[in-house]
Design a protein around this ligand. Structure first.
Ligand code: RBZ
Ligand code: NIO
Length: 346
């Protein structure tokens, strides 16, 4: 795992302080823009610029399949992963709508779809054709987990080199709320029963089976709970590893990461295990309906911007929250100061 360890630049507190001082001179009562002011300061610290840019946003959706899906833990079959990847390429999914709404660059990567056939509109970065069923075997080898992380890093770095100033990691993978719950239980030390939800909409009975299966698998694989590669190897998935790498790359490049739902946040927890300094680069877009999402956000010490009872993924909740980021940053650089507006407040 040594080659995954990276230099994460420290947050630039001096730029944050300059942004904060400037915010207090703008034509509004001090602090009246609430958490938007905190976001503006945070992005100044992340970027090292008191007048930062967060535009354009870039959405990077990783698609992969999960062997565990054969255990009946999703309301949908694995085949839907490939079909949805094709839908992303055709522009018809929820994330396409929201990406257009926020003028985002959108890239879709196949990092491990099971289906042999590949969609020409999806970037082929396939590490293997779906993970192993982690109730019976490891989801993937350590080498595969590392390759998937490095692939995510490369794709995010490409988007950032092309000008992206706010990264939104997204995912598609039938069965991936099971992996996210296993990872979250292992990392936070919670019982799987507390962090396992209904995903795409399974019954209460299937939900109980899902939690039991996670408990059994974690006992069987017994991963080192502080080792991101061992955790990925035990529970998957390839798209979670890809998002983890993308988050690392954003932090390396001083680009803020806007987190989506439960699966995306589980990937962020893994990135923070690899380097705790990454925590400073994360903003939580929303809190989803999956119970484990709250647990993962608390572990990261993040407060979500929105709570809209979403339970979709794809990067959708983060894309919906993005205008808050855009407004926070624009407010900092576009609003008049009292002095400039000729308002004398002394
Ligand atoms: C049509 C469709 C579109 C989706 N877009 C995101 N997900 C979401 O649901 C899946 C996780 O839930 P589970 O663990 O229950 O399978 C992931 O693919 C996630 O991105 C979708 C699911 C479906 C069915
Ligand atoms: O929180 C999420 O991102 C989520 C929840 C349910 C299904 N898919 C994704």
């Amino acid at each position: 795992m040594n080659h995954l360890l990276t230099e994460i630049p420290p947050l630039d507190k001096a730029s944050g302080k300059k942004a904060e001082d400037h915010l207090n001179q703008l034509t509004k009562p001090p602090g009246s823009l609430g958490r938007m002011e905190d976001i503006a300061v945070k992005i100044a610290e992340i970027t090292g610029n008191p007048f930062p840019a967060a535009e354009p946003p870039g959405i990077l959706v990783f698609a992969a399949d999960h062997g565990i899906a054969e255990e009946g833990i999703s309301a949908f079959p694995s085949e839907v992963t490939a079909l949805m990847a094709a839908n992303f390429a055709a522009g018809g999914a929820a994330i396409n709508v929201f990406a257009r709404m926020i003028d985002a660059r959108l890239k879709v990567a196949d990092i491990g779809i099971k289906e042999e056939k590949q969609d020409p509109g999806v970037e082929n970065c396939r590490i293997r054709n779906g993970t192993g069923n982690f109730l019976k075997e490891k989801a993937m080898t350590a080498e595969e987990a590392e390759s998937a992380i490095l692939t995510g890093k490369r794709l995010a770095a490409e988007l950032i080199d092309a000008g992206v100033r706010c990264l939104i990691p997204g995912e598609m993978g039938i069965g991936n709320t099971t992996s996210a719950a296993a990872l979250t239980a292992a990392i936070t030390g919670k019982d799987p029963g507390e962090v396992t939800g209904k995903g795409t909409g399974i019954t209460a009975e299937a939900q109980e089976k899902k939690a039991n299966l996670i408990r059994k698998a974690l006992t069987m694989h017994n991963p080192d709970r502080s080792n991101a590669v061992e955790l990925l190897s035990a529970a998957g998935g390839l798209e979670i590893a890809g998002m983890c790498g993308a988050i690392i790359a954003a932090a390396e490049h001083r680009v803020p990461v806007l987190l989506d739902g439960f699966i995306c946040t589980a990937a962020a927890c893994l990135a923070v295990l690899i380097n705790p300094d990454i925590k400073g680069y994360l903003i939580a877009g929303h809190q989803s309906e999956e119970p484990g999402h709250k647990t993962a956000l608390e572990w990261l010490g993040l407060k979500p911007l929105l709570q809209l009872q979403l339970r979709l993924g794809e990067g959708s909740g983060a894309a919906i929250a993005y205008p808050i980021i855009k407004g926070s940053v624009r407010m900092l650089s576009e609003m008049a100061t009292f002095e400039k507006a000729g308002i004398n407040v002394t």
